[in-house]
Design a protein around this ligand. Structure first.
Ligand code: NZQ
Ligand code: ZN
Length: 393
């Protein structure tokens, strides 16, 4: 196991009625005048917005609002939010929704105190040195941004979907997790969320670091929980037990409690971010296409690990005479699982086209230090092209 520092200062308030604590929590973390950040209206339709604003009123918190965050959140709204913060005297940012609202809130949080273009922090021109306090009321189990130390924004000028530098400063101060609010998710978004959290665990599980037995087992437990809970939530959207498991799994999958002490991969995410920049597909849908293709491409790097994944996560039988067969069986079962969730399997199913692959690689090359990437297997331009060609099959 590698040496590590783990600092996860987020307070999690989980369960039925947890949203009633939102006002008190904003106050606890120093807020008096909040900026509410939310998406295209789901929180107004499912009651989350009303419940949260009632709780703010009860705690004498005033607020300004920034609605209309789109999935794959754009820089334009971040600039707008920063301006609003300055004009409204905001001292706390509260996201209601999923990764897109939360990431917009985080980017506003470190963009507002910075005297310049917030994108400088993404490019490395400026350091992330301070962030306003951010709180979260989560309505979709997926991205894990409610506990994570980064955010992902698409800079419209250049169509660059990039992750921010990782910093504990931008971890939310609190996250309210009431699984009830996820019952209104369309099946497609429930499935996208399941794929995203599954992939966050895989990005950590496929590691070259030896002697990580504990985190290996924790990863496998989370992966098996997704296999078990996601089909139940799809079959019965009001299955609160399944929704609860998915919600807490999404948080644990990405607050790094199961990733500490081990090198991590993140190649599939790097490739998927190009797909969602090009085609504006849902992040989880893009991952459903990329992850199995990435696995096929890198499997020979560590057949034993892939065979272990097949056996411990998917219950495949170990073929000791031919471990590669077991490894392949795991990838096959993963494809079946994603298909059963109703997820796309090919580039064209997320709106892509094989003829765009050279342009996607060229776009990636423009990113400073864009190649190579990936901690398990280093991915260069030719490897990325080969993986995308597998996605196109
Ligand atoms: O916009 P509204 O109307 O709210 O609808 C949303 C949106 O259309 C809908 N939704 C959310 N909760 C709902 C609901 N619909 C009905 N009932 C509910 N309870 O779901 C759609 C997707 O929302 P979004 O916030 O985009 O989903 P998600 O949480 O999957 O976030 C995806 C974004 O997070 C980034 C992704 O790249 C993507 O941009 N990620 C952020 C990470 C982080 N900060 O740590 C890590 C991840 O790897 C990921 O990259
Ligand atoms: Zn993700």
């Amino acid at each position: 196991m590698n040496a590590f520092t783990f600092y996860s200062p987020t307070l999690f308030a989980f369960g039925e009625g947890a949203e009633k604590r939102t006002g008190e929590l904003v106050r606890q973390f120093g807020g008096h005048h909040a900026l509410l950040v939310y998406g295209g209206g789901s929180v107004k339709r499912n009651g989350a917005y009303d419940a949260v604003t009632d709780a703010l009123r009860d705690a004498d918190i005033t607020w300004a609002e920034l609605g209309g965050v789109q999935p794959n959140p754009r820089s334009g709204l971040v600039y707008e939010g920063i301006d609003l913060c300055h004009r409204a005297g905001t001292d706390f940012i509260l996201a209601i929704g999923g990764g897109s609202a939360i990431d917009t809130a985080k980017a506003i949080g470190f963009g507002a105190p910075y005297d310049g273009d917030f994108w400088d922090i993404f490019t490395g021109k400026a350091k992330l040195e301070q962030c306003m306090p951010v709180g979260v009321v989560l309505t979709i189990a997926a991205a894990g941004s409610e506990g994570s130390n980064s955010c992902v924004i698409t800079q419209e000028n250049g169509n660059m979907k990039w992750g921010s530098p990782k910093s504990d400063l931008i971890r939310p101060r609190f996250a309210v997790l009431n699984p009830r609010y996820t019952c209104t998710l369309p099946a497609y978004q429930t499935a996208c969320g399941a794929v995203d959290m599954f992939s966050h665990i895989c990005e950590r599980y496929f590691s070259n670091t030896p002697d990580v037995a504990l985190t290996d087992r924790l990863c496998e437990a989370l992966l098996k929980t997704v296999l078990d809970a996601a089909p139940r939530a799809l079959a019965n959207p009001d299955d609160i037990a399944a929704r609860s498991d998915l919600m807490w799994t999404s948080t644990l999958a990405h607050n790094n409690s199961v990733g500490v002490g081990r090198d991590q991969d993140w190649a599939s995410h790097q490739i998927e971010h190009e797909l969602s920049a090009f085609y504006d597909c849902a992040h989880g849908a893009g991952l459903a296409v990329v992850v199995p293709a990435w696995m096929e491409y890198v499997m020979r790097h560590d057949v034993a690990r892939f065979a272990r994944f097949a056996v411990n996560v998917f219950g495949a039988e170990m073929d000791y005479a031919n471990p590669e067969r077991t490894a392949r069986e795991g990838i096959r079962r993963l494809r079946v699982f994603f298909a059963e969730l109703g997820m796309p399997a090919t580039l064209s199913e997320v709106g892509g086209n094989e003829k765009d692959i050279p342009a996607i690689i060229a776009h990636r090359r423009e990113k400073p230090n864009g190649f190579p990437f990936g901690g398990f297997v280093k991915i260069g331009p030719d490897d990325m092209e080969a993986i995308l060609r597998l996605c196109a099959k």
